[in-house]
Structures are given as structure tokens and as C-alpha cells.
Write a protein that binds this ligand. Structure first.
Ligand code: C5P
Ligand code: C5P
Ligand code: ZN
Length: 439
């Protein structure tokens, strides 16, 4: 794959000698970090380019494409060849979504799925490797590739390529408890985190104080240690206590994982936190702020802090609304229809939170739906990333009902016309039930 990136970078330089470039990227953390890397790399080459961030590749995006520019898609487009093949332009794609049809002749693509046994590299990882081929100075952008990797939750099994990207990046990796931000005092993290729910503790400041006192973890000069400052014994006590307080059968080791720490705006930050902030900005319609924030622009940081606070509030509100939503629940799947009670821009985040919440069994499909203007946005996740291929399920439904679909084996999505709502739900249920029989 690395050789192919080198070759594609060479072709890209060749094809863009006298031509402007239109970069199109995805609106989540991985797409935004991809766009930030490419913006910096193309500026350094003095290339003329414009940038557009999209929620997904709908037909409308293609009808508005300029005819005379070279198009570069980042973190998307592998499932949009039906539109791309009709374009009269040169198209480059750096993407890791599953490829669903034959590659058209106007497309030059790098996608890990095209290489046997290639490790999965996110959009930002591919953009970084590409940028590094354009100019070795771009190694200073490696931290963005790590943020994109964490944004797409690929940090659990990293291979050779990511190991070398992390080395380039000066990001440090530490084993720790999987709550974030690990750089904030432990009492605050226990109270506000949405990764590990502890009954009586999460959401309650007095609950947190009691809990920590029982463990003999005390504040020093009024301030608790941060998660990364806790010593081994403290971590072990904390883990045992968390496991005891929770009703699920998971072991303490499940709560431990790699924590990535980066020097960002001259402060040591938890990469998960940065990723969440980028996501918040972009999904709130501020993708420009998100990109400037990635490139450590101070004004963007102030704005991003504000947006993040608001975004967290809207997620809390959406989670509070959950019990009121229409649901169809069977043993192996749950369909949650938020209608207009949750915004389409955060429905994916809600689906991800639910799939990580341990509320549901491994292998269960979570399908969350919400209205946008004229369509229904559908976000699907498979709990524990194990079991059925949810992208295939959605694809076969969309084939029948019509719409746009794409994604990965355990995280996929689609977009359906509102007037197809009933047909979509019926077909989805039928397909999910057939899938279950097959398993
Ligand atoms: O690939 P994309 O950035 O569009 O993915 C967005 C969502 O898909 C995120 O919630 C991420 O956690 C999830 N994802 C996943 N497995 C992958 C890639 C992405 O669960 N291999
Ligand atoms: O939007 P959401 O986070 O649910 O998307 C999950 C995955 O499915 C992402 O990788 C996203 O890019 C992909 N997707 C897609 N086409 C759609 C909707 C989602 O490729 N219409
Ligand atoms: Zn991605």
C-alpha cells in the first residue's frame, strides 16, 4: 500500500500541474483531520485549491462539481462510483470505506481494502502518508493522523503503519482507564464521562466524592490527581471499585486501553478529547473552525471550546429524550426512531454512545433514525464490533427502497426519502430477521 501511495502522489503532482484542485472531505473527526492535513500540504506546495466538507456524498454534491478541476476525495467516495463514473474530470480518492463496485477509469484511488492483509488506515492516516510523499516537511502533521485514527476508533489494534505514524507524531501512548479526558482531575472525569457508567457516581458530585473517599484517593491542596497521574495501586483500586459497582459481567481489564496524549496548543491533551471537540464543531456546522482548530489556530480554539460545551449539552438532552422515542426491539436488534426529536447531525454520535454503553449484548444491531429536511438519516452500529455485517444489511434494504448507503462492517449509515419511511422500516426488519436466521 505504501508503494501505491507513493505512485498516486506522483500522479497527483503530474495531473495538477496546471489545474486547480477541489478537495472534498467528510464532516467527522477523521474527515476534518484529513482535510487539515491536505490543506497544509497543498498550501506548502503553493497549489490552488478549494475545500468542501460534506455530511455525505449525495447526488447533489456531484451535480455541483466544477468541470475543470482535479477532484480529491478524502475519507469518502469509495461507495459513490455510480456518480463518479459519469464525471468528466480526473478524480483522486484517499479513503477506507468499503468498495462496493468496479473502480471507474477516471479514478485513481488508495484504499486499504484493495490490499490483502493491509492494516486498516483511516482517512487521515492515508492523507498523512500521501502528504509525506508530497513533502517530507509534512511529518509535522502526523499528530492529525493520530487524532483521525482515534476519531474512527481504530486505536485498539494498530499495526506497523500506524506504529510508524505514531512515531512521527510525538504523540505518547499510555495504558490507562478508558475514560476521558485523562488529563483532567479524576473526580471531574468520573462525574462527567460518558464511556463508563457507574451507578450512583456518574453525574453526581457528592457520589464521586464519597466513592473516592472510600478508596482513600484524596485531593491534594483541594485538587485531585488526573487519571494519568494516578499510581498503579490507585488505578487498580479504582478499577476494582468500578467493576463492583457495575451490574455487567465485564472484567476490570476491559476498562483499560491505550491512551494517546499530544502536545496541543502547548498543553498535554487527551486525543479523545480533541477528537470530540473536532466532531462537535463540524457537526454543529462549523467545519472551518474545526479545521483551523486542528492546525492550532488560537481564535478557533476559543470558538471550539464554546461549541463543544453546547454540543455536549445537546447530546445530554438527546440521551434524556431516548425513553420517549419510538422503538422496535427484538433480541438481536433495536430500531430507534427519533423523528425530529434528535438532530440528524448527532444521531450517529448517539448510536455510537449506545453501542458502547454496555446496555446491549455483543452482536446486537443498533439502528437509529432521525429526520433532516426531506430525508431520514439512519445510523447503524453493531455492539462489540462483532457479528453481522451491518453495511450489507443496509445495502440490501436500500437496493429495494432507494437511497444512499455506505460505511463499514460494524458502523454504517444511509439516507432515505421521508415518504419511504414505512417501507424502509418494514424491509429493514425483514432483512435483519433473515440475517439472524442465517447466523
Ligand atoms: O469512516 P467514518 O469516519 O465515516 O466513520 C464514522 C463512524 O464509524 C465512527 O463512529 C467510527 O467509530 C465508526 N467506525 C467503525 N469501524 C471502522 C471505521 C469507523 O466503527 N472500521
Ligand atoms: O453517519 P454515521 O456516523 O452513522 O455513519 C457511519 C458510517 O457510514 C460512516 O463511515 C459514514 O461515512 C458511512 N455512511 C455512508 N453513507 C451514508 C451514511 C453513512 O457512507 N449515506
Ligand atoms: Zn474515516
Amino acid at each position: 500500500m505504501l508503494a501505491s501511495i507513493k505512485e498516486v502522489a506522483k500522479q497527483f503532482i503530474e495531473k495538477t500541474k496546471n489545474k486547480e484542485i477541489q478537495v472534498i472531505s467528510h464532516h467527522d473527526t477523521d474527515g476534518i483531520t484529513s482535510a487539515a492535513i491536505m490543506s497544509k500540504a497543498l498550501s506548502r506546495l503553493n497549489k490552488n485549491f478549494s475545500l468542501r466538507i460534506v455530511k455525505q456524498l449525495e447526488e447533489e454534491v456531484f451535480t455541483k462539481l466544477p468541470q475543470n478541476k482535479v477532484i480529491l476525495f478524502l475519507d469518502l467516495a469509495s461507495n459513490s462510483f455510480n456518480y463518479i463514473k459519469n464525471l468528466n474530470t480526473e478524480v483522486f480518492i484517499l479513503d477506507h470505506h468499503e468498495i462496493t463496485s468496479e473502480i471507474p477509469s477516471n479514478v485513481t484511488i488508495v484504499n486499504p481494502h484493495l490490499f490483502q492483509e493491509a492494516e486498516e488506515i483511516s482517512g487521515a492516516g492515508l492523507s498523512y502518508l500521501f502528504a509525506k510523499e508530497l513533502d517530507s516537511q509534512n511529518t509535522d502533521l502526523a499528530y492529525l493522523a493520530v487524532i483521525g485514527m482515534v476519531g474512527d476508533t481504530l486505536e485498539k489494534n494498530i499495526g506497523k503503519i500506524y506504529t510508524s505514524i505514531i512515531k512521527d507524531s510525538k504523540v505518547s501512548v499510555k495504558k490507562g482507564i478508558l475514560m476521558y479526558p485523562a488529563t483532567r482531575p479524576v473526580n471531574k472525569v468520573l462525574e462527567y464521562n460518558s464511556e463508563i457508567y457507574i451507578p450512583g457516581v456518574t453525574g453526581s458530585s457528592t457520589g464521586v466524592t464519597d466513592f473516592l473517599r472510600d478508596l482513600d484517593i484524596k485531593p491534594v491542596n483541594g485538587q485531585y490527581k488526573t487519571l494519568i497521574e494516578l499510581d498503579k495501586e490507585e488505578i487498580s483500586k479504582l478499577l476494582t471499585a468500578i467493576t463492583l459497582q457495575r451490574s455487567d459481567s465485564g472484567s476490570p481489564e476491559d476498562l483499560i486501553g491505550n491512551i494517546y496524549l499530544v502536545n496541543f496548543f502547548n498543553k498535554l491533551e487527551d486525543v479523545r478529547q480533541i477528537s470530540a471537540m473536532i466532531n462537535a464543531c463540524s457537526r454543529s456546522g462549523e467545519s472551518g473552525t474545526a479545521i483551523a482548530f486542528c492546525l492550532q489556530n488560537k481564535k478557533a480554539k476559543t470558538k471550539a471550546d464554546l461549541i463543544y460545551t453546547k454540543h455536549k449539552q445537546s447530546i445530554v438532552k438527546a440521551l434524556e429524550n431516548l425513553p420517549k422515542l419510538k422503538k422496535i426491539e427484538k433480541k438481536n436488534y433495536i430500531i430507534i426512531h427519533a423523528e425530529d426529536k434528535i438532530k440528524d447531525t448527532i444521531i450517529g454520535t448517539i448510536a455510537s454512545i449506545l453501542s458502547n454503553s454496555r446496555e446491549y449484548e455483543d452482536g446486537k444491531a443498533i439502528i437509529a433514525m432521525a429526520y433532516n429536511d426531506t430525508k431520514i438519516k439512519v445510523s447503524a452500529r453493531v455492539v462489540g464490533k462483532n457479528g453481522k455485517n451491518i453495511r450489507d444489511v443496509l445495502s440490501s434494504v436500500i437496493e429495494e427502497v432507494g437511497g444512499e448507503v455506505g460505511g463499514h462492517q460494524f458502523a454504517a449509515g444511509c439516507l432515505v426519502e421521508k415518504n419511504k419511511e414505512e417501507q424502509f422500516i418494514n424491509t429493514l426488519q425483514k432483512t435483519l430477521e433473515i440475517e439472524l436466521v442465517k447466523l
